[in-house]
Every structure is written in structure tokens, then in C-alpha cells.
Write a protein that binds this ligand. Structure first.
Ligand SMILES: NC(=O)c1ccc[n+]([C@@H]2O[C@H](COP(=O)([O-])OP(=O)(O)OC[C@H]3O[C@@H](n4cnc5c(N)ncnc54)[C@H](OP(=O)(O)O)[C@@H]3O)[C@@H](O)[C@H]2O)c1
Length: 431
């Protein structure tokens, strides 16, 4: 049986998972695709440490050029992560006529335009299924399965660490720092969790989904990003009483001729499926003109889940190579009804707001006076029980308000002498 040679750069968690699958399922895959997939070379900075799959020492190298310059290697699989030198390795491989498989969302979100342009110029393909939702086949579904669709919106729970923390807070009534510690103890969060809890990882993935759905390559600066570290247990509890769960949502949605692209904690109605996505699970809720509303759900990280997606990309490429044809990635076509990326000041949303105010008459009147001055209208208000320090939480839901108006109102209110802590505002999505 004819074989296809691949080279893997990055023999870490996902890289060793890919080698394991290709070894353990060699016959199964060969029967399906009519080809053997041979791992010809594996590059890693460390070629000595033991991995969960043992390989012939001759396959290992520290020199990436042994992969990208090898004329017998058809596919370069980049699984080292990071921006540099991953970018240079991929560009180098494309220039030498290789097709690429990568799981590197950070790289594609930040440098994708240049990489995709070179691939198209050289008539080569880039596959990146594992970069969003790991084993959930969302990229292929958006690009191929839903090819005839136009999209209205995507709402994603794209970061398992943040979702685990928020779910723990809701389920166990624990505060943010305890939930984070639990995530770290169980291996779901890095010792420096900032990429996850500050929303950066979700923003990288959202940039790729936005590109696939709306044909726009948004920069990181164009995505409004707010993390979950200011969410308190009280907010989780009050939100629940009001019929919501708090989720870190990555959102791309059309509003008239604008596209809103944002990542932030969001109150999701308990009646919506996304509110029940708990733990390290990811979910992507897509609204399209033909197929309607679709939900993709599953583990969004993990060695075998990510490696499963990488192997699927490799298999896709082997089919083209086998057929001896160049089948470029389907062209991403810009949605011309979208004229601009909406600026944060112009976002409009309902909000949950929590003030911490002294417990005395007239406080509510002062707060509502400022809100009304900035065109923020109150839908409901609840004054919670008095705390020891005579400070009471006042929880409000406000009707659709412009972000700029709301921010100005809150910074004015926070300066009132009756307010004792910075207020918390969380957007509400009706979905
Ligand atoms: N883990 C997941 O669940 C998951 C899911 C979806 C996507 N991804 C993506 O998959 C990629 C790999 O993730 P991972 O979890 O497998 O990371 P990892 O365990 O850190 O593996 C990366 C490997 O690449 C090596 N490496 C780094 N720079 C290199 C260089 N210049 N030359 C050769 N080798 C180099 C690293 O060596 P050192 O450790 O010595 O630096 C490490 O062994 C990332 O882009 C990640 O975002 C991961």
C-alpha cells in the first residue's frame, strides 16, 4: 500500500497523542483511506525525555529543517504552539511546497492573514481543526457542512478552564479563588491561568470562527475582551435567583450592518442550552440562515480530543495527495452585508448591575437619578439583606443601554459617597 509521509514539529501533549493514534489505529485508518500514514520525522527541543508513546530514536530530531526541507515529507504538522518560531517554521514549510496541519489558535488568530495568503499563493492547504474546540469538528462543519449558509451569530463557550471555574462557583457555592485552585489541582488550569481567565484564549478562537463565518479577519484589538476574575460568588448566586447562569461567552453577531465581536462574562437564561454547559466542556451555538440554530458540544481540550482533530486534518490532506489533485481550502468569502466591526462604545445590551451601597434612605434615588441622566432605564431592582458593615448589595437589571452611557453612569455612581465598592456590570444575552 502506498504511503504518505508526515513530519511533526512539537512532540508534547498533542504531538505524542497524534503519534499514538497513528500507531494504534494504523490498520484501521489505512483501510479507510487506502493509504499508510508514515511519521517520517518528529522534531522537538527535547528528544531525550520519555513520552507516553515510545518511538524509534532515529525518528527524533532537534532540527526542524530535517522536516521542512525533506522532499519526501508531504505534510508538516505543527504542534509546538506559540507565535515564534512556529510562524517562521510554517511559512518556511509552505515555501518548500508542504501542506500544513496546525492546532495553533494563537498563531492563526494573530498571524493568520499572512499565513493563509502565502498558502493560497503557493497553492497549499492549511488545516486547523484542533485549534477551536479540540475534537469538536466545528471548523469542518462551518467551512464544508454549512457551506451554503450565511451566519447571523455565533455564541461560544470556548475555554474549558473558565467554564470549569464558573460551573464550580455555581455548583459548589465557592468563590473565584477556590474554584481556580480546584481547576489547578485537577490539571485544568495552568499555574499562570491568565490566558484562559482573562479571555485571551477565547478571543483567539473567536477570531478564527469569525473568519470562517463572516469572512472578516478581526485583529485582537478589534475584539472586546473581558475576563472572569471580577465575578464573585454573590453575582453567581444573584444571577441564579434571577433565572440566569454566568458564562464566559465568545460572541460574534450581526447587528444591522455592524458585526459585534466580543468575549466577556454573560448572563445566559437558564432556559437556554448554553446555560447547562458545565465543567471543561466547550459548546458553540451557531445561527445560520438555512440550517437554523445548531449546537456543537464536547470536550474542548485534552490530548486525545485534540489529537483526534489533528489526525482528521491529516487524513483530509492524504485524500487530496492520493488523488494527485490540489484541492485548496474552500475560499472564505466576506459577508458583504457586514460593513464594519462595531466599536465597544456603541454596543447595546441589557445588564445585570450590582452596587454595594450604605444602607440608608435616599441611596436608591441617587443611583437611579444618575442612571436616568445617562439614559439607562431600570427594569428591576432588588435590595439584598444588610451585611454587618451596613453595606447592602443592590442588584438591578437594566433595559438595553449603550455601553458608553452605562460606563459613564457607573463611574459617576462609583464616586458617590454612599457607594462602597466598584460596581459590577455583566451583560445579558437573550440568545
Ligand atoms: N493541549 C490541548 O488540549 C490542546 C487543544 C487544542 C489545541 N492545542 C494546541 O496544540 C499545540 C500544542 O499544544 P500542547 O498542549 O501539545 O503543548 P506542549 O505539550 O507544550 O507541546 C509542545 C511541544 O513543542 C516543543 N517545542 C516548543 N518549541 C519548539 C521548537 N522551537 N522546536 C521544537 N519543539 C518545540 C515543546 O518543548 P518544550 O516543552 O521544551 O518547550 C513541547 O514538547 C498548541 O498550539 C496548543 O494551543 C492544544
Amino acid at each position: 500500500m502506498k504511503g504518505i509521509n508526515i513530519g511533526i514539529i512539537g512532540f508534547g501533549n498533542v504531538g505524542s497523542g497524534v503519534v499514538k493514534i497513528l500507531r494504534e489505529k494504523r490498520g484501521f485508518l489505512a483501510e479507510k483511506i487506502g493509504l499508510e500514514i508514515n511519521v517520517k520525522k518528529i522534531c522537538d527541543k527535547d528528544t531525550a525525555s520519555h513520552r507516553n508513546v515510545s518511538v524509534d530514536k532515529k525518528l527524533l530530531t532537534k532540527n526542524h529543517l530535517e522536516i521542512i526541507e525533506d522532499p519526501q515529507i508531504d505534510i508538516v504538522v505543527e504542534l509546538m504552539g506559540g507565535i515564534h518560531p512556529a510562524k517562521e517554521f510554517i511559512l518556511g514549510a509552505l515555501k518548500r511546497g508542504k501542506n500544513i496541519v496546525t492546532a495553533n489558535k494563537a498563531l492563526l488568530a494573530q498571524e493568520g492573514q499572512e499565513i493563509f495568503a502565502l498558502a493560497s499563493d503557493r497553492g497549499k492547504s492549511i488545516y486547523f481543526e484542533a485549534s477551536v474546540g479540540a475534537g469538536i469538528p466545528i471548523i469542518k462543519s462551518l467551512r464544508e457542512g454549512l457551506v451554503a449558509n450565511k451566519f447571523n451569530s455565533i455564541f461560544g463557550i470556548l475555554n474549558g478552564t473558565s467554564n470549569f471555574i464558573l460551573s464550580e462557583m455555581s455548583r459548589d457555592n465557592c468563590d473565584f479563588s477556590d474554584a481556580l485552585k480546584e481547576a489547578q489541582k485537577r490539571g485544568f488550569a495552568e499555574s499562570d491561568p491568565s490566558l484562559d481567565i482573562d479571555g485571551i484564549d477565547s478571543a483567539h478562537k473567536l477570531a478564527l470562527l469569525t473568519y470562517l463565518c463572516f469572512g472578516k479577519f478581526v485583529t485582537m484589538k478589534e475584539i472586546f475582551v473581558e475576563g472572569i476574575s471580577r465575578i464573585s460568588l454573590s453575582d453567581v448566586e444573584y444571577a441564579r435567583e434571577l433565572g440566569f447562569e454566568i458564562k464566559l461567552l465568545a460572541i460574534a453577531k450581526k447587528e444591522g450592518e455592524d458585526l459585534e465581536v466580543r468575549v466577556h462574562p454573560t448572563l445566559v437564561p437558564k432556559s437556554h442550552l448554553l446555560s447547562s454547559v458545565n465543567g471543561v466542556i466547550n459548546a458553540i451555538y451557531v445561527s445560520s440562515d438555512l440550517a437554523g440554530e445548531l449546537l456543537f458540544y464536547g470536550p474542548g481540550a485534552g490530548q486525545m480530543s485534540a489529537a483526534s482533530a489533528v489526525v482528521s486534518d491529516i487524513v483530509d490532506l492524504t485524500q487530496d495527495i492520493k488523488a494527485g489533485l490540489f484541492r485548496p481550502n474552500l475560499k472564505i468569502v466576506a459577508d458583504n452585508s457586514v460593513k464594519r466591526i462595531r466599536k465597544i462604545d456603541d454596543f447595546e445590551s441589557r445588564y445585570y448591575i450590582r452596587f454595594m451601597a450604605v444602607d440608608k434612605p435616599g441611596v436608591l434615588a441617587k443611583i437611579s437619578g444618575v442612571l436616568s441622566k445617562y439614559r439607562v432605564s431600570i427594569a428591576s431592582v432588588t435590595q439584598k439583606e444588610r451585611r454587618k458593615a451596613q453595606v447592602v448589595p443592590i442588584v438591578m437589571i437594566v433595559h438595553d443601554a449603550k455601553e458608553k452611557d452605562l460606563r459613564t453612569a457607573l463611574s459617576t455612581i462609583d464616586r458617590l459617597d454612599v457607594i462602597k465598592e466598584k460596581s459590577v456590570a455583566i451583560r445579558i444575552e437573550e440568545l
